[in-house]
Design a protein around this ligand. Structure first.
Ligand code: DI6
Ligand code: FE
Length: 410
């Protein structure tokens, strides 16, 4: 074993009883993988080159934020303020506000600028014990600007102590130069942007915004078909503001997850269950938009649909870079249990990214991605906000103390 963590409690999140706290635990790591996880054996570790005494801390799988729009330039704080001062949304939109303001700023930004902005946002997620983050494009909306965003995402993963998966979201909004020509923009997405992103290995998955203000189910189906032809995973922003049947469509086409889903109906839930598609809840957007339509939690539970939780970090509807806050909101806004919330940011989040074989559990053979917390009980992760109780993160077996990350920010 390269490294042994001892004197710890752990919550493995393995499918059976994984939420039980295992006292007197020990985790052995070799080659970045977990090779032992269980009660401390009475093996003599004396003289082992790398024993980490966790002083009784609680260890969980590293948290996974499976839905973010972390890369963009500018922000929309002024717009937020204008709206709260009574300026109507239409007026803001006419003056070039909203999502297209972010598109403009992102197109103008260099890769270096985008990198620096996103790296700072990653610090927030790291403080919450996150070891894997999914990052979407979707504010470029041209071939070159979408690829630019994806390159920044890849580089963030290469140069930081956090793992990044990338998702092409060219079908996020209709760019102004295609106004009134949605189908032609989808042609561009299917015939040029998806093939280029796949050829350059810049995207792991392809996402769409299936909505009245986004793209129709027919257009999304074309995008999914092109993505699958290029061997990419598919997922969708579906049933966020209305029920168009996008979730069922995505599930039947093999999506790993459908996200938002406040307006999902029983038929849609049944489709997710039949296709083993993850339902990803985004309580930050629900909160920020002051949405009142609740996602169908009881039906999801009844049919055993795996529920994930993510930040949806973005400048328009969820400017909150804290996965712990999302766990808390999962409980307060959606009445999920702390166990469901922890599963939602570990095993189910891994499944939403198609990574359930290697991430999201403390399990022999899986990646040694862990979060070490100065807490007694896993419910504290959803219960308490703002207290810096993260001790360290472990990514592929490498230890990153939390206080050092704070120091790096200065
Ligand atoms: N749904 C959302 O809530 C965000 N994108 C999406 O498809 C909004 C993105 C933004 O306003 O910048
Ligand atoms: Fe989103």
């Amino acid at each position: 074993m390269d490294r042994v963590l001892t004197n710890l409690k752990m919550v493995t999140m393995q499918p059976e009883a994984g939420y039980q706290v295992i006292e007197d635990g020990m985790i052995g790591i070799e080659g970045g993988k977990i090779i032992f996880a269980g009660n401390a054996s009475h093996e003599d570790l004396h003289g082992h080159p790398d024993v980490v005494d966790c002083h009784g801390a609680l260890v969980t799988p590293g948290l996974i934020d499976c839905h973010t729009h972390l890369i963009f330039a500018g922000n929309r704080a002024k717009e937020f303020e204008q709206r709260l001062n009574g300026v109507p949304y239409e007026e803001i939109a006419k003056a070039g506000g909203g999502i297209l303001a972010t598109v403009r700023a992102t197109r103008e930004a260099s890769e270096h600028e985008l990198y620096e902005l996103a790296q700072q946002r990653l610090l927030g997620l790291k403080q919450d014990g996150v070891t894997t983050v999914e990052i979407k494009s979707g504010y470029g909306l041209t071939l070159s600007d979408e690829l630019k965003m994806l390159r920044v995402a890849r580089r963030l993963g290469e140069l930081n102590d956090i793992k990044i998966t990338t998702t092409l979201l060219a079908a996020h909004a209709l760019p102004p130069e295609f106004a009134g020509r949605g189908d032609e923009y989808i042609d561009l997405v299917c015939e040029q942007i998806i093939p280029a992103a796949a050829d350059e290995k810049l995207a792991d998955a392809v996402d769409v915004f299936c909505e009245g203000i986004g793209f129709s189910p027919e257009q999304c189906q074309r995008v999914f078909t092109a993505a699958k032809q290029h061997g990419l995973t598919i997922k969708g922003h579906t049933e966020q503001l209305s029920n168009l049947g996008g979730s069922a469509l995505a599930a039947r086409m093999g999506a790993t997850s459908v996200d938002h889903i406040e307006y999902l109906d029983n038929e849609g839930v049944a489709a997710l269950a039949a296709c083993n598609t993850v339902a990803t809840l985004l309580p930050g957007a629900f909160y920020f938009l002051r949405e009142s339509q609740q996602p169908p939690i009881d039906q999801l539970r009844q049919l055993d649909v795996p529920i994930a939780i993510a930040t949806d970090f973005n400048p328009g509807t969820s400017p909150i870079a804290s996965l712990r806050t999302m766990m808390n909101m999962g409980c307060t806004l959606f009445r999920l249990t702390p166990e469901e919330c922890l599963r939602g940011v570990t095993t189910h989040a891994a499944q939403a990214l198609g990574l359930q074989e290697t991430r999201g559990q403390i399990q022999i053979g899986m990646d040694a991605d862990l979060a070490i917390w100065n807490i007694e009980n896993p419910a504290e992760l959803s219960y308490c906000l703002g207290v810096p109780d993260l001790v360290a993160r472990v990514v592929d077996g490498h230890l990153f103390p939390a206080h050092q990350e704070t120091a790096n920010a200065y």
